[in-house]
Design a protein around this ligand. Sequence first.
Ligand code: DGL
Length: 259
Amino acid sequence: MIGVFDSGVGGMTVASAIEQVLPDKQLIYFGDLARAPYGSKSPETIRRYAIENTEFLISKGATLIIVACNSAASVASDILQSTFDQPVFEVITPAIDRAIAVSRTGRIGVIGTRATIKSGVYEQEIKRKRTECKIFSEPCPMLVPLVEEGWLNKRETKMITRRYLHPLKMKNVDTLLLGCTHYPLLKHLIQPRIGKRVKVIDSSHEVAKRLHDFLESRPELSRSLEKKTENTYYVSDVTDAASMTAQRIFGRKIKLNKI
Ligand code: DGL
């Protein structure tokens, strides 16, 4: 089973991309809604939550873990990789590789939660892989609550998005990394505000492709992940807004099982 976790429903953008790329694989999702948001918590707390979430997914039968939360990936990937035997994928590296490949000018913008931006992981990794890049980061702390509330088309969300993107627009970035798995749900607002020529990188597609390629080279593991029942979605709290957002992401009704 492929186990995917996030602090809330944002990681469902990743689960949905995996379902599209690997429709025959069994997937289990955990959204830690009761403890969200992670982006404003300390690295120690996020690490503890990430370990607990991984343990939960493994207890349900996951044999491969996807950290579908940039806040958790930016501070907890190392500890998850060293603590657990199961392969651990995260959303940051595949997105960075894509940004590096498509950016012509090397001027790359990154938006994410406070925890992700503060970790500096995007700057460090991009610079390590392509030294001449100039990276411009903006924390966008208000976007996650707006997405979790389902305010995807409200005037206020448009205004806040414009405000957050303004400094990056002024820096003439040619590529923008969505460094939070909630943000693909706002891509329709982000793209026109950052400029239609800017390439907006959505990590959900990138991690799904990476997982697909990884499994192609491991047929045995790939076979063991084959689908036997419907995919299951667990959350630590159920809210109406979460159910609505889940339905919007998958384009069908999703049963959220509370643990
Ligand atoms: N979706 C998560 C991320 O990618 C975080 C949202 C939160 O702050 O909990 O960073």
